[in-house]
Design a protein around this ligand. Structure first.
Ligand code: GLU
Length: 419
């Protein structure tokens, strides 16, 4: 049953995948995975530049750590809830398992609007969050990263706060990924999610016998994931016909100039007034003519209401949870090929893993190394998912979840049970 709750949707997806395991694993083990291991609510009270103390709420969820320390980004948004963070932490467990990195799933949320904070106030808030969340953040416990509303610079501030609290110049091991390269980050992390979406999209287009070259593409969302996906798809010859962000949606069947859109968004803060294509309604954009549709904005965008009207043959989920379970069933019935989020946008966490190992081993990888490892991993996992879907007659989402659940269950059994 579709609902607007990300957590309900995550549980519906989980229950369907659990049923595909055919009773191989104990029901209680599966019940354990349905719930998070730990959920915390923190109160942050930084003094901001107006001289006043401000009260913010933050959440940290550790969903599961059978495969390794919890991994997942920090979402900063005025509307984020503890249940959203729980759903996103759960998705991280499956994403890490599917893409084959030794991490569990976690997520953080800070209830604040990053666009209403000055850079200094955002830094203060991030440092305050880090101090209050210190006991949760550790290379062996939970390693955060950027997510909606946070970025590379914020991750640099997190690392600095931890190093500073210990009186050290740096940290021993990787406490946070997605940092600036100069602070132990990895080249290509910023582009990794969008690059991964483009690689998976290319593989999906080939799989359905379509050519990405010249194919009309619509991308919803023009943040880090959406904008990089546009650029990467355009570089592979696709024709970006529609894009949107929170302020504007534009469409031009002849194709939009992605470089100019990126430059415009950088200097104006959004696509509002970008002057390319014709302005359309943001909801309408999803239903316009294209072969590949990339929802890369936020959750619950493709619902039972509009799934029947989507014209794309491939939906590549750049965002987490953009399709509700009801919409999923409609797309599957209509033979629309869906690249599920836990596969499609896993390039980010895969490269986070490379950053983690690089920092542990105190090595420096080149962007070329990172790119080729990402390309291979995305293609290998795409093949695995499609093969499993065909063999077991599952949707691509159920096949991805099936594979992920199988490895989390196997790791849990391998660990055994401590009292
Ligand atoms: N926030 C990203 C995601 O949802 C990246 C997580 C990470 O690298 O830990 O996948």
């Amino acid at each position: 049953m579709a609902t607007e709750s990300m957590l309900e949707n995550a549980r519906v997806n989980f229950d369907r995948a659990a049923a595909t395991l055919g009773g191989v694993y104990d029901a209680e083990l599966l019940r354990k995975l349905r719930f998070p291991k730990e959920r915390s609510e923190l109160r942050l009270t930084p003094q901001l530049s107006d001289g006043n103390v401000h009260v913010f709420t933050a959440y940290i969820v550790h969903h599961n750590n059978s495969l390794g320390p919890c991994k997942g980004g920090i979402r900063m948004s005025p509307s984020v809830t503890l249940d959203d963070i729980t759903a996103l932490a759960m998705e991280m467990t499956w994403k890490c398992a599917l893409i084959g990195v030794p991490f569990g799933g976690g997520k953080s949320g800070i209830v604040a609007d990053p666009r209403q904070l000055t850079p200094d106030d955002k830094q203060t808030l991030i440092r305050n969050f880090t101090r209050n969340a210190h006991r949760h953040i550790n290379p062996l416990v939970y390693i955060p990263a950027p997510d909606m509303g946070t970025n590379e610079q914020d991750m640099g501030h997190i690392k600095d706060t931890i190093a500073y609290s210990n009186g050290h110049a740096t940290t021993q091991g990787c406490y946070v990924t997605g940092k600036p390269v100069l602070l132990g980050g990895i080249p290509g992390r910023g582009k990794a999610t969008g690059r991964g979406v483009a690689i998976a999209s290319d593989a999906a287009m080939k799989h359905i016998g379509a050519d990405l070259k010249g194919a009309p593409v619509i991308v919803q969302g023009f943040g880090n994931v959406g904008a990089v996906t546009c650029a990467e798809l355009a570089a592979r010859g696709a024709r970006i016909v529609g894009v949107s962000d929170i302020a504007e949606a534009v469409y031009d069947e002849r194709g939009l100039d992605v470089d100019r859109l990126m430059a415009y968004a950088r200097s104006n803060g959004s696509l509002k007034g970008c002057g390319q294509g014709r302005v359309v309604s943001p909801e309408g954009l999803l239903e316009m003519a294209c072969v590949l549709l990339v929802p890369a904005a936020t959750g619950n965008q493709i619902t039972a209401e509009n799934a029947g009207k989507i014209q794309a043959r491939v939906v590549a989920e750049g965002a987490n949870g953009p399709t509700t379970p009801d919409a999923d069933a409609i797309l599957h019935k209509r033979n629309v090929f869906v690249i599920p989020d836990i596969l499609c946008n896993a390039g980010g966490v895969f490269v986070s893993y490379l950053e983690y190992t690089q920092e542990t081993q105190q090595e420096q990888m080149t962007e070329e190394d990172v790119k080729s490892r990402l390309e291979k991993r995305m293609r290998d996992k795409f093949k695995l998912v499609v093969g499993t879907a065909e063999k077991q007659r599952l949707s691509t989402r159920d096949a991805s979840m099936h594979l992920a659940l199988e490895s989390v269950c196997a790791a849990t059994v391998a660990r055994g049970n401590l009292p």
